[in-house]
Design a protein around this ligand. Structure first.
Ligand SMILES: Cc1cc2nc3c(=O)[nH]c(=O)nc-3n(C[C@H](O)[C@H](O)[C@H](O)COP(=O)(O)O)c2cc1C
Length: 216
């Protein structure tokens, strides 16, 4: 599948049928996770595969997300946090999270490319999960990634408004007007001068012009 198609089409699924994910596909997804970038190439993410129904049921309880009961397989994404902090001190705590997040997104996209549904689950009791899966103190647990198939139709791709997310040059600065990008200032100038009640007063033209553009 084309990468961009996967990025656009991928959606969270919380309704799974009983079809199982093959070991081959699971390994492909795990590998996609391990290919993620990581600070200092530490690859400090740790993927814990859980397929025992009893454990999955307990995880659904721990997360208080009972739809997880329907899934036959999940990956708990952890990181060996000691590794990142030993290289980067306090900053390593953040890096461990970023590294795990990059791996998670790789896995979600790889799953989607294989027609496997998933959902990033981040809301769960970390202590409970630590106890259940014997996750040691030096490891942090970031997400649960259920994997399976669904009869549910994928929701339509979302509408994205880049104007909300993108600034140019400085924070908060949106080139809303194409004429500005194209360096066509005449329209902008006209609007601004109009707003300023500019009259054809050549004595102050330069000052007003300067003022009009310094407001940006
Ligand atoms: C950090 C993070 C935590 C999330 N935690 C949960 C969760 O605990 N339960 C859940 O059902 N979805 C969870 N989601 C999934 C989001 O709700 C979902 O990605 C969002 O609504 C956008 O929908 P989409 O994934 O279909 O694009 C989480 C997503 C992220 C990135």
């Amino acid at each position: 599948m084309d990468l961009f198609k996967a990025i656009i089409e991928r959606r969270s699924t919380r309704n799974f049928n009983s079809k199982k994910v093959s070991e081959k596909d699971l390994n492909f997804i795990l590998e996609a996770g391990a290919y993620a970038p990581s600070s200092g190439d530490l690859k400090d993410f740790r993927f814990l595969v859980v397929d025992e129904p009893k454990k999955i049921a307990k995880i659904a309880d721990i997360a208080n997300q009972h739809w997880l009961n329907k899934v036959g397989l999940l990956i708990v994404v952890c990181s060996d946090s000691d590794l990142a902090t030993s290289f980067y001190n306090k900053r390593g705590e953040d890096y461990a999270k970023y590294n795990a997040a990059a791996a998670i997104q790789n896995m979600l996209l790889a799953a989607h490319a294989l027609n496997i549904r998933s959902c990033w689950v981040g809301d769960f009791d970390k202590k409970g999960l630590r106890l259940l899966l014997k996750i040691p103190q030096e490891a942090q647990c970031h997400a649960i990634i259920p994997l399976g198939y669904s009869d549910e139709k994928l929701e339509d791709p979302k509408e994205i408004d880049l104007e909300v997310n993108v600034f140019y040059g400085k924070y908060g600065f949106r080139y809303k007007k194409l004429n500005l990008i194209l360096r066509e200032y005449a329209k902008e100038l006209e609007e601004r001068l109009e707003k300023m009640n500019f009259k054809n007063d050549f004595g102050t033209f330069k000052t007003k012009l300067k003022k009009a553009f310094s407001k940006k």
